[in-house]
Every structure is written in structure tokens, then in C-alpha cells.
Unconditional design. Sequence first.
Lengths: 347, 89
Amino acid sequence: MSVESQSLDRYSRQIRFPQLGEEGQRALLRSRVALCGCGALGTVLANHLARAGVGSIRVIDRDFIETHNLQRQILFDEQDVAENLPKAEAAARKMRAINSSITVEPVVTDLDHTNILDLVSDADLILDGTDNFETRYLINDAAVKLGKPWIYGGVIGSEGQTMTILPGETPCLRCLIETAPPPGMTPTCETAGVLGPAVAVIASFEAIEAIKLLSGHREALNKDLIMVDLWDWTFRQLKIANLLGKVDCPCCGRKNFEWLDGSMGSHTTTLCGRNAVQVAARRPEPLDFADMARRLTPLGEVRHNAFMLRFAAEGHEFTVFPDGRAIIKGTNDISKARSLYAQYVGS
Amino acid sequence: MPVVRIPTPLRPHAGGLDRIEAAGATVGEILNQVTAEHPALRERLFDGEELRRFVNVYVNNEDIRYLDDLATPVAASDEVSIIPAVAGG
């Protein structure tokens, strides 16, 4: 058996699916995907794509793993929590263990207007594993500007939505939802809860769309806004194709990329429902955690690994990343978080 | 009578109901009647006389923005749905 046929053998069950076939499989292996966000949606997506043999997967996530993630974030386990691993890194380890023949690139960062083009420009497809509209509008801007397909998915409680966006051919996210609801107007997973199977269904819809698109089967893609509620057993396909060109879309119509040019969106932001603030203060050089740990030790226990440093001060838990970003728990007050950051991490 | 489907996040503002029957010949008339009965819903859906920009309304499976917006006609057998933005993941 040649090396190549051995390497394809692991995909034999999906190659036997006639619409995919060996040609489709080879196309998947040549494909590059940027997976934005690796929480509940993201881990299910990462799992499907790694097993299906998508050749190159960049996993971008800003967060670390907590015990309450394990209920639905299928690639993570208690050991990852104990090791304080960032989600992107832990996911990459699992994906490589699942399929050592693909390339997985974990990127622990907050996706923002300064880095998104670098992180998605080489991808054939952008996948939405995020949990907020700010990042989705940023992805939408980048995808429309680059003419790159992306797949939106969102979940809350037992219900979810997904749509596949082919810039110029289908409505974009801002054609559908021009502005995000203000904070407090819409529930989040933290306030309304979320069920693992609902996330898995929506992420699986995104994954099958990815497989179709990357294997060259655009004719089979979903053209609707799909909505499911697994508790009520409702499944709806809302006709949105006619929105293209009908609504005055600031993004794909007027090419006004407000999120990508930085006029919308913020780096320092409250993490909705978590009583935490993310402070973004990107530094040119990575922080020296060993030095910081020595400096902070008088405050109490300081734990760190290659990916993060964690300590507590004034009743707040600080998680600091090498690029200078920090998540400060115990407040929703941005200015207070900024001042705590300046005080303990440094400005 | 047409039925308005209320999405889960808005049910607390609509007396907990998931479906409300309402008389009216257009989407606007129907939503005016429903929000007259449930004033808390009005603020969530409307900014003055206009629908808020993050609120999408469908008649059956068609978005009213490519039909006739709030003037879109509604038949007795039609279903009007308010479709919320779903942010989580």
C-alpha cells in the first residue's frame, strides 16, 4: 500500500459517501480553515474537521478552560482545567491526538481588527465558534472584504441558528441583522443557559456545510437561515436569499467595514454575564511570567505556565496572557478593571 | 386569525405566551395589537413606529424586509414570527 493510500484509508467511510468520494477527500486534505472561537460550537467544529481530514486548521481563542465549560465543550477534560490550559492549545492537543496527519495551529489571542486579516487571509473558509456579535461582525467584515466564505452559528438555551455566507452571492450577517442588540437586551449562555446537544446540532450543521464547501459542492449549501429548537422540536428554514441587494447593507452593500476599520468594537470589554472584564493591552514583547510571579508573590499564590499567569488581589482573580491581555474577574466596571490592571500588571 | 410566534427570550414580556392570536390585515396592525396587549413587548420590538434594527419579522418563512415591511399583508392562516438574534455559542 502506498503512503498516500494508507493515509486515505482512515477516511474510507466518508470516501464511500458518493458525493464526497476520493476527490472530495483530497480537496478536504488540501483545505485551510480558520476556526474563530473554540468554546462549545468551536470544539464540536474542531472535532468534526480534524476527524474529517481538513488538512490545516487554525484554532483561534482568547480564553482558558473552566470546569463549567466541560458540560458542553467536548474536546476538554478535567486535566485541562487542572493544567490551566488555554482553549486553543488544549483543543490543538486533542485534535493532533485524533488525527496526527493534519496541521493544527493554535493561536491564543483576542481576535480584533488589528489581527483578523493576518489570521484569516490564507484560509479557504472561516468558521464561527464565537459567542458574541462583536466578533461575528468583525468576521463578517473581514470575510466580505476578502470575498471569503464564512459560516455563522449561534446557540442559546435549547435553540440555535446557522447560515452560510458567500460574500456577493448570499446575504451577509449584517444584511440579516444590521446591528447587534445592546447588552442586556438579549440573553447570553451565562444568563439563559445552554444545552450541549443544541450546540452540537448547530456546530454539526456548520461542519457539514464546511465539508460541502471545501470539497467543492457549493450547489448543496444551505441558502436559508436555519433555526432549530430542540426542546420544542421546531425546525425552520427561513428564506433570506432575497435580502441580498434588497436591504441597504452597510457591509456587503456599501463596503463600510466599521468593525474591521476599528470604528466599532472595543478591546477592553465586559465579558457578558461573567462578572469579568477583559483588558486588552497588547505588548510588542511577551510578558516575563517568572519575573511577574516573583513580583506578585507577596500578594499570595501566583500560578503560571507557558500560556497564562493567575493571581488574586483585592478580591479579584487576574488571568494574564503573554501578549499583555488580562481577564479580571469580580467586576463589570471597565474603568475599575483598567485601574486594577495598571496597578498589578503594569501599564 | 393570524398567530404571532413569540421567541423564548421575549416570552417574559408577553405574559409567558409562545403564541398570540391577533386580528389585523398587515404585519404592522397585528404587531400593534399584540404590543397594545403586552406593552413591555413594545419597547423590545419598536423604536417609535419603526421596528428596532436587530428585530426581524417573518410572515411564514419570508422576511418582511423584502416583502412590504410593516405593510406586508397577512392572511388569517398566516403565521407572523419575531426572530431574535442568537448570540451564544
